[in-house]
Design a protein around this ligand. Structure first.
Ligand SMILES: *Cc1c(COP(=O)(O)O)cnc(C)c1O
Length: 422
């Protein structure tokens, strides 16, 4: 499918008058339409709730928009919990799906009334020792081991992943938790990442539904929810077909009717913890071409770098690039589009066919709305960019300012006497 930016050259030219590149830009309209669609696709399930994976786009403006569609927050750290609380999102609107969890984080999650999702069997005792009791509502994360396959091949390798408990451990965990006072139980599993197929959630759901029927029979526990977690993907590349969230919702519905309803468990709530699907396509990184270099290959140097978007550097991920104003110009050049880090992996694109780029051209790097800004870092003294929101009325709001050198120096205590230039 042809990938078209949600912003035009003239809009960007206007934005840069106030906010210099690079910046991450989010599309409020797209975020809202998609959140609405997710809600509709699962409306058949009375208790459905999406807990947005905060790590994907930890920005209060974004969290609050999603919360208007009843989305909660999936948190896994102290500061993510703080951010959720600061946005007024607490109680059963927080799913605390962490792993290798420090004691103070369990304590804080419990204080907020969050639903705690235990990653490991040993965390039962650890949690009880930390907070002095076992919460009435509790969830366990499941890892079936082996490989997770869909009809288009192996999707991921749960047997190799650090998360979750084995089947035997979950059965035992439920029994122990029940004996310690837990009343409502949930199950959670995340078995494949960035799945661009409508099959993933339905297949996972069927597996988890069968598991909870078995768990109910073996332990007598009251199963309140099945958390399908994240992993619903987006088409980063133009040759991929986007997921259809309505087809995904219907697929889960079918499995629900086949497995849970006949077992007398038609009141189980479905939860999701999507990050990428909720935000990735509705964000982009806007950057300017500032250098061209002709050696053994053709290079375009831009003013963003891997510190602003790490995915291509660490995973070799494809992010589509559009040169604004040249949407219809033939892609007859082959470039590596690079940032300034002293690391050769700092390339947004390698051997990419693009139209001829002139210095000063604005490039849109697509699909950075999730796991984009949030994976940023300060290597080479590079500073995090601003985040801007393109509102529904087409005005632009600064939703996080760019870092300044003063931010970079803020954690040193030995420079009281020098003035850091803002
Ligand atoms: C990362 C993560 C998610 C979100 O994953 P996406 O691929 O962005 O959908 C959800 N739940 C947990 C526990 C995660 O670690």
């Amino acid at each position: 499918m042809k990938k078209t930016p949600f912003v035009t050259k003239s809009q960007v030219e206007e934005m840069v008058q106030t906010f210099p590149t690079p910046f991450h830009l989010y599309d409020e309209h797209g975020i809202r339409e998609n959140a609405k669609a997710v809600k509709e696709a699962f409306a058949w399930n009375k208790g459905f709730r999406e807990y947005f994976a905060v790590k994907a786009t930890p920005n209060p403006y974004i969290l609050k928009i999603l919360n208007e569609y009843d989305c909660g927050c999936d948190c896994s750290s102290y500061t993510e919990l703080m951010l959720s609380e600061a946005c007024g999102i607490t109680g059963d609107h927080i799913m605390f799906s962490s792993n290798d969890t420090p004691a103070e984080e369990f304590a804080y999650a419990d204080k907020l009334g969050a639903i705690i999702n235990l990653d490991d069997f040993t965390h039962i005792d650890f949690l009880e020792e930390t907070i002095g009791h076992i919460p009435e509502t509790i969830s366990c994360r499941y890892n079936p081991g082996g490989v997770f396959e869909l009809s288009n091949g192996i999707m991921d390798n749960p047997g190799d992943s650090k998360y979750g408990m084995t089947y035997e451990q979950i059965v035992e965990a439920y029994k122990i938790l029940k004996s310690k006072g837990a009343k409502k139980f949930g199950i959670h599993a995340f078995l494949a990442s960035n799945t661009v197929t409508n099959e993933y959630y339905p297949k996972l759901a069927k597996q988890l539904f069968e598991l909870v029927v078995d768990l109910r029979d073996k332990t007598g526990c009251d199963i309140a929810f099945v958390n399908l977690s994240g992993g619903v993907g987006v088409p980063y590349s133009p040759d991929q077909t986007p997921n259809d969230i309505y087809a995904i919702g219907e697929g889960v519905h079918k499995a629900f009717d086949e497995v849970l309803v006949p077992a007398g468990m038609g009141d189980v709530a479905i939860f999701s913890e999507m990050g990428r699907f909720m935000l990735a396509p509705y964000g982009c990184l806007v950057t300017k071409a500032i250098h061209e270099k002709h050696i053994y290959k053709e290079y375009i140097g831009v003013d963003a770098c891997a510190a602003n978007l790490m995915r291509p550097a660490i995973y070799g991920s494809y992010h589509h690039i559009t040169v604004l104003g040249k949407e219809d110009v033939e892609c007859d050049q082959t470039y590596d589009v690079v940032g300034s880090l002293c690391e050769n992996c700092d390339k947004f694109a390698i051997d990419r066919k693009l139209p001829k780029i002139d210095m000063g051209d604005y490039l849109v790097i697509h699909d950075t709305g999730a796991h984009g800004f949030s994976m940023g870092y300060n290597y080479n003294g590079r500073l995090r960019s601003a985040e801007l929101l393109l509102k529904e009325d087409k005005s632009v709001q600064l939703i996080r300012r760019a870092e300044t050198p003063a931010d970079y120096f803020a954690t040193f205590d030995c420079f009281d006497d020098i003035k850091i230039v803002k």
